[in-house]
Write a protein that binds this ligand. Structure first.
Ligand code: MRU
Ligand code: ZN
Length: 214
């Protein structure tokens, strides 16, 4: 039997595209998506996700800048090229069934922190009230480790590092890529935005501590 092509509900896709474009415009206004960098996606259903087309200016996205991929990262119903980092998005949807949104940005704070903490392999966060902005965290006394993976243009290599972290049983809410930026996710756009904003703030605090400590 020939395999049926997945179909996309146009109303659902338009909804997702508007949500992605709206969030992207706001994050771009913060200066977190310089020079067309960053990428964003939302799950449509079990098999499909809406994601930014590669190379678009993330501060000027509209519905036509969003396309559909399957959970292997293959384009569905479009000749456009999905984000160069699509594999990292679909990996989150495969590994975390509750995740419905993935945001990846390149702020200056994220980029500098990724380089500063790369040799330690992670940013160790402890004692910050804002850790409670990460779902499941109820106290500043908890430990929140954000791994820093080496950068590569070869997505399967990065995916393997993310898989290894998860398979080791370590909690994962976000990760940095060295010299590159951050990935985080959540159940919906509001939760994912909260995670991203909290992590940006916490990384900024860690950088300030190192600047100000004798
Ligand atoms: C413009 S440099 C940044 C890119 O190499 C990449 O890291 C990125 O975030 C955007 O890639 P894209 O293919 O547009 O999704
Ligand atoms: Zn990137």
């Amino acid at each position: 039997m020939p395999k049926l092509l997945p179909t996309v509900d146009p109303t659902l896709l338009a909804e997702r595209a508007d949500a992605i474009a709206g969030a992207a415009r706001e994050l771009a206004a913060f200066g977190w998506t310089p020079a067309t960098s960053s990428n964003f996606s939302m799950r449509i259903d079990e098999d499909l996700a809406a994601i930014t087309i590669s190379g678009r200016d993330k501060g000027r996205l509209g519905r036509d800048d969003i396309m559909v991929v399957d959970m292997e990262g293959k384009a569905v119903g479009s000749d456009h090229r999905p984000s160069a980092e699509t594999g990292l998005h679909t990996q989150v949807y495969r590994r975390f069934p509750d995740a419905n949104v993935v945001l990846h940005t390149h702020s200056r704070t994220q980029s500098v922190a990724s380089r500063l903490f790369a040799s330690q392999g992670q940013v160790h966060l402890e004692g910050w009230e804002l850790q409670k902005a990460i779902s499941g965290y109820t106290t500043h006394e908890s430990v929140l480790d954000i791994p820093v993976f080496p950068n590569t243009q070869h997505m399967p290599e990065l995916e393997a590092r993310v898989d290894a972290w998860i398979d080791a049983g370590k909690p994962l809410y976000a990760y940095l890529i060295d010299g590159h930026g951050i990935y985080t996710w959540g159940r919906d756009m509001a939760e994912t935005r909260r995670h991203l904003e909290a992590l940006e703030f916490l990384l900024g605090c860690e950088l300030d501590l190192r600047r100000l400590s004798p």
